[in-house]
Design a protein around this ligand. Structure first.
Ligand code: BG6
Ligand code: MG
Length: 218
């Protein structure tokens, strides 16, 4: 049985359902490009930085854009996204997350955030998760986005725990890839059909106990 000393949580789609707001905001931009963003295509945008997501959507639309045009599109998308975030209530934290973090804290298992989002801090503050986090690695702190392991490697380093003693919770294919590439245990939060390459997959944190770590083997 692996000894788990720390957990790194992705934010969007794991701690809070902001993934649906990213989807709505990107969808609005895609409408301007002349197509409907599907849930399947959106799956490939999860965990991916804002700039990289835009590049993927522009390629799909067969459109070229200058750097200035891209900045303008990203600012607009982010404005739409923040309209949703600002209207969010603190109780939008996903069920079971706080209880699970409380259980980790009581066992002395350290907690950090590893998110691609540049909006992560105000969101974790709003939903009352910030006091649980020893470290926040967000989109402002990384030079290489997921599926590169940098986000989680920086988190583990800051906490001072080796990846083999650390579990990453992720809802994105790119995030599971990042965790595995960095030598972490990866627990998918979502559907096994999509996240089946993780060490295990849970639908969410409701009723999840620390015994979830019991069968993690290297
Ligand atoms: C990730 C989301 O957490 O953050 C992506 O899964 C999003 O959908 C990315 O594009 C960047 O977020 P932001 O808030 O910096 O635009
Ligand atoms: Mg996510």
């Amino acid at each position: 049985m692996a000894e788990i000393k720390a957990c790194l949580f992705d934010l969007d789609g794991v701690i809070v359902d902001t993934a649906k707001y990213h989807f709505l905001a990107w969808g609005r931009l895609c409408k301007e490009f002349g197509y409907e963003l599907s849930e399947e295509e959106n799956e490939n945008l999860k965990g991916i930085s804002r700039a990289e997501s835009l590049n993927i959507l522009l390629r799909k639309a067969g459109k070229e854009a200058s750097e200035a045009e891209k900045q303008e599109m990203m600012a607009r998308k982010n404005g739409w996204y923040l309209d949703h975030v600002n209207a969010m209530k603190p109780d939008e934290i996903l069920p079971g997350v706080k209880d699970f973090m409380e259980a980790l804290r009581q066992k002395g298992i350290r907690i950090g955030l590893g998110s691609a989002s540049k909006n992560a801090l105000p969101i974790v503050e709003k939903i009352g998760v910030l006091p649980y986090l020893e470290v926040v690695i967000d989109g402002n702190k990384v030079t290489r986005g997921k599926p590169d392991p940098q986000t989680f490697s920086l988190g583990a380093e800051a906490i001072g725990v080796e990846p083999r003693h650390c579990v990453v919770f992720e809802d994105a294919v790119a995030g599971i890839d990042a965790a595995l590439a960095g030598g972490f245990f990866a627990i998918g939060v979502g559907k096994p059909e999509i996240l089946g390459h993780a060490h295990k997959v849970i639908p969410g944190f409701q009723d999840v106990k620390l015994s979830i770590f019991d069968d993690l083997e290297t």
